[in-house]
Design a binder for this molecule. Structure first.
Ligand SMILES: C[S@@+](CC[C@H](N)C(=O)[O-])C[C@H]1O[C@@H](n2cnc3c(N)ncnc32)[C@H](O)[C@@H]1O
Length: 384
């Protein structure tokens, strides 16, 4: 990758700020370049270390989840943008596979309801064309900001293409109010940044179905039918099953999917073994994102139940490492508590257990003294 001749895109490396001032995209680490088959992409200008926060971007617009198919809501948000921001929006990629007649007819409806085109029917066609373009740009680039927060457009992040073996992790951070992107591996100068648009720890067929919704016919290194890809496919089947089984075991069932009993561990010992297998498979397949943090947490949680204190701590430390390079330090918002909170809880549990043991020991000494006294008394009586 590093030696590939990159075509830097001069126009797309120009950005505009909220006040309309044009400025070069002088990002120290990134540049937008043309790829051979995926349109534009975002590339590293220099070597990037694992854990580096590459981007922290605020949304240009946000739509609630229930409004993503509603053109009038999108239009309202676009009407609020400045000319420069609007240009930034319309400059983004628009995947024509993501527009259909239903969308066009909904835009037509919005036009009819507005009543604007009764006297100027020629404007109607332009309105529908512009609407279709806006809708396609939104659908191509909208990024989930998490449950209840809707979908946002992040202009620079939008240039990152998909891979089923990503080298960056991206997620919305509600504590910061930004979408963050972190390197989850060392990235070399000239290498393309690649994120996963879907849950990529799945077999090819499921990934293909999910990617279709993004208009992506993926031809990444994992989807190519090479011998290495075959190995990966075997691992992804196992990873998928282990994740399902463990999620069901911790009570986090995948919506709409029943997990077969054979996949679900029956006790903490089996859960630890399954989590350890998951860690190994994820590492072998270079999937070192938040799935790995999940596997470490389960391994730590059930090691604790089994009283394996050293393993509990070691896995918790590993989880914290992964969480740090995927998300950074501002992770107080995480649903299951962040790794730091889990480490504190383990510390607290270890201290509580130590106190319990000391109390039992003290009680044991007292009981033993009592028994000794009783025996002495009996012995004295017998001697008389
Ligand atoms: C968010 S945009 C990514 C940036 C886009 N390439 C551009 O030129 O602005 C998503 C679109 O990029 C293309 N794309 C992204 N990843 C791809 C992949 N792995 N294979 C093929 N096309 C891809 C698809 O057209 C997809 O709808």
């Amino acid at each position: 990758m590093g030696s590939m001749a990159l075509v830097r895109h001069p126009d797309r490396n120009t950005r505009n700020d909220r006040n309309g001032n044009e400025s070069r995209l002088e990002h120290p680490l990134l540049e937008i370049c043309l790829t051979s088959s995926k349109g534009l992409g975002l590339f590293a200008k220099q070597d990037i270390k694992r854990g580096t926060r590459i981007l922290s971007e605020r949304p240009l617009i946000v739509l609630p989840s229930e409004d993503v198919a509603d053109y009038s809501s999108l239009k309202q948000r676009l009407d609020d943008l400045t000319t420069v921001e609007l240009a930034l929006f319309y400059d983004l990629g628009d995947n024509k596979d993501l527009i259909d007649d239903e969308v066009r007819s909904r835009i037509h409806q919005v036009a009819l309801v507005s009543g604007k085109f009764r006297k100027r029917p020629d404007g109607l066609e332009i309105f529908i064309k512009t609407g279709a373009k806006a809708h396609t740009v939104f659908k191509t680039n909208a990024t989930s900001m998490g449950r209840d927060r809707g979908y946002g457009i992040f202009p620079l992040y939008s240039r990152i293409n998909h891979s089923c073996r990503p080298n960056v992790h991206a997620s919305y951070n509600p504590s910061l109010g930004t979408h963050t992107v972190h390197a989850i591996r060392e990235v070399q100068a000239g290498e393309e940044l690649l994120v996963s648009y879907i849950d990529c720890a799945q077999p090819t067929q499921k990934r293909t179905e999910d990617l279709e919704k993004h208009g992506v016919d993926c031809w990444c290194e994992v989807c190519k039918r090479s011998s290495a890809a075959k190995q990966s496919e075997r691992r992804r089947h196992l990873i998928f099953d282990l994740k399902r089984g463990l999620s069901a075991y911790v009570g986090d069932h995948v919506k709409g999917r029943r997990t077969p009993d054979r996949l679900i561990p029956h006790n903490p010992t089996e859960a630890v073994t399954a989590a350890e297998n998951l860690v190994q498979l994820l590492c072998e397949d270079c999937l070192e994102g938040m799935d790995l943090a999940f596997a470490y947490r389960i391994a730590s949680k059930y090691s604790l139940q089994l009283g394996m204190v050293e393993k509990t701590k070691a896995y918790a430390v590993k989880e914290a490492e992964v969480e740090l390079y995927c998300l950074g330090t501002e992770t107080g918002y995480l649903k299951d508590g962040n790794a730091e909170a889990w480490l504190k809880r383990i510390q607290w549990t270890a201290e509580r257990d130590a106190v319990k043991i000391r109390m039992c020991e003290k009680r044991g000494v007292k009981e033993a003294k009592k028994a000794d006294k009783k025996a002495d008394k009996k012995a004295k009586k017998g001697a008389r």
